[in-house]
Design a protein around this ligand. Sequence first.
Ligand code: PLP
Length: 400
Amino acid sequence: MIFLDAAATTPVRREVLEAMWPYLTGEFGNPSSHHSLGDAAATALAGARAAAAKALGCRSGEVVFTSGGTEADNLAVKGIALARRAADWHLDRVAISAVEHPAVEESARYLQRVHGFAVDVIPVDRFGQVTEEALAEVLGPRTALVSVMYANNEVGTVQPVARLAALARSCGIPFHTDAVQAAGWLPLDTAALGVDALSISGHKLGAPKGNGALFVRGRVRVEPLVHGGGQERGRRSGTENVAGAVALATALTLVRQTAPDPSSGPAADTSSGASSGLAGHVAALRDGFIDAVLSGVPGAILTGHPTERLPSVASFCFPGTSGESVLLELERQGVICSSGSACAAGLDAPSPVLLAMGIEPEVAQTAVRFSFDSTITAPQLQEAAAAVRTAVGSVRSLGV
Ligand code: PLP
């Protein structure tokens, strides 16, 4: 089997499992308990927080551990917008890009439905990018928060986050970015990016599902969404998932050792930030795969930005097919991939991300996403490209 669905999830890395194991077994204490087992858990949690902060270029107190990327996005969008409006009732608008993950989009819609906010949707160009001009159009004196993702989960397009964040902050508006897909591939230095909040998720990085984190800059207030014992400095109550935090911190540290050096350039304005090291190597393999698919499959269309894209994502539309049929055929041939994001997969509706990029609904319905981790090899991708040729050919000839 060739697994080309790493943007959906990744297996747990052995080093991560080994690091978290003690906190699931012998060192199982509750970090709030006042005895030696509790102290050991609290020490482990503090260590995980410090390691995560190092990977994110921030202070330990600016890291909030969560149950994953979805919760981190919810806390950022709802928590920051609600806190700002509580301080100034004029602030009743949020701006999000047209290609956000549902965790951001639905959080904004919740603010609209339940709290009377207006949602300004920032359009994207045909490559899925937000321009500074498009952002400037929607910013106003009532904007409480801007949220634009770092890299898109369906097409891999990387946003010019540093420039967009600078623009929002020049208007005094906090800027959140969903870095769930970017983590592991692009620099996560929150200071260089100039963002006020950034979400990550463990299971995209070789940690187990169900853990993540939100970076929130010290001076930015967040209204908590989960109330209780006041853990995570009151921003997220509930007994901390110590093993999960250790897993996330270990995974972040491991990817940091292979990700591009944040000091090598302006973080988010590089073409996928992947010109060197492992990310550059994977990007070269991705480009070979894209070329093989485009030259081997008549009519195939690459979706997303041709260069400013994650090293790990190649996404296409194959007009004259249905994406779901192609991926079933590919699975028969041993290639596992996705018809879009895992959240959208299985739904009949064309992807809103592709529609926002101006792709016709009937073409959007033929989308297939291939995503890999850094263990991918050239022969695997050659085999996958040959399977794509065959699968698209047979789906077209059967007319399914
Ligand atoms: N944001 C993006 C861009 C994602 O791709 C995902 C997961 O696919 C999430 C948020 C949600 O993260 P989690 O699965 O940890 O809740």
